[in-house]
Design a protein around this ligand. Sequence first.
Ligand code: FES
Length: 257
Amino acid sequence: MSEFKLAVQRFDPLTDAKPRLAEYTVPMREGMTVLDALLYARDYLDHSIALRFSCRQASCGSCGMKINGRPRLACYTQVEELGGEKVVAQPLDNFAIVKDLVTDLESFFTKHKQLMPYVLRSDAQELDHPTAEYLMKPEELKKVLQFTYCIKCGLCTSACPTVAMDVKFPGPQAMAQAYRYLMDERDEGGEKRLEALDTAHGVWRCHFAGSCSFVCPKGVDPALGIQLLRRHVLSGKAPRKQGEGAKVWSAPAGSTK
Ligand code: FES
């Protein structure tokens, strides 16, 4: 059976002065992912390796890490596709390290929440206690569909040079989701989102490096979303104001209409 070397960055901020790479020898098997290799190392070679994962199918976004220098999902990266003799797993850049490969995502989700990633309506009563489903037309969905594929893995944020320089910059993930809801025909919160984005640390800080879009494992193009947000900020106009959100409803359950 062939083997390969797996180097894992080890670092516990509570006890270690600096990170180090620990090397493990892992038996190769067909279709093995980097997550499989890490779990082999943790289960059979060193129980103290810290890593985060859940779905093992590129859906939950938990297993984001830097693999051979590039942000990737460990469960979606096969060892074979990396070529070479060695796999190097390190925590995502631009996040504080909790331990080894586990990073602190708190500020990431705080920024996401600050840009209101949900439908905002003036008819709050209906929003909180809907009498039917809000439906979108296929042509409306098309405008936002690619942005809905975000799994919040943090890879784009890790790859972003502006996030590295400016802790107040919301980052590509949060901004792409702001665009997704801005363009949702049912949403009426565009003015609030554009106001939050038109700051020295907002849309204008993006250098359009495009690395966010390059590393996204789900094919989302956050760099495009940010550029399109700029267009709306410049025009000073949200696509819809309060009370102008589309009212496309499904028939209430049991209705014959
Ligand atoms: Fe869920 Fe990898 S474990 S995305």
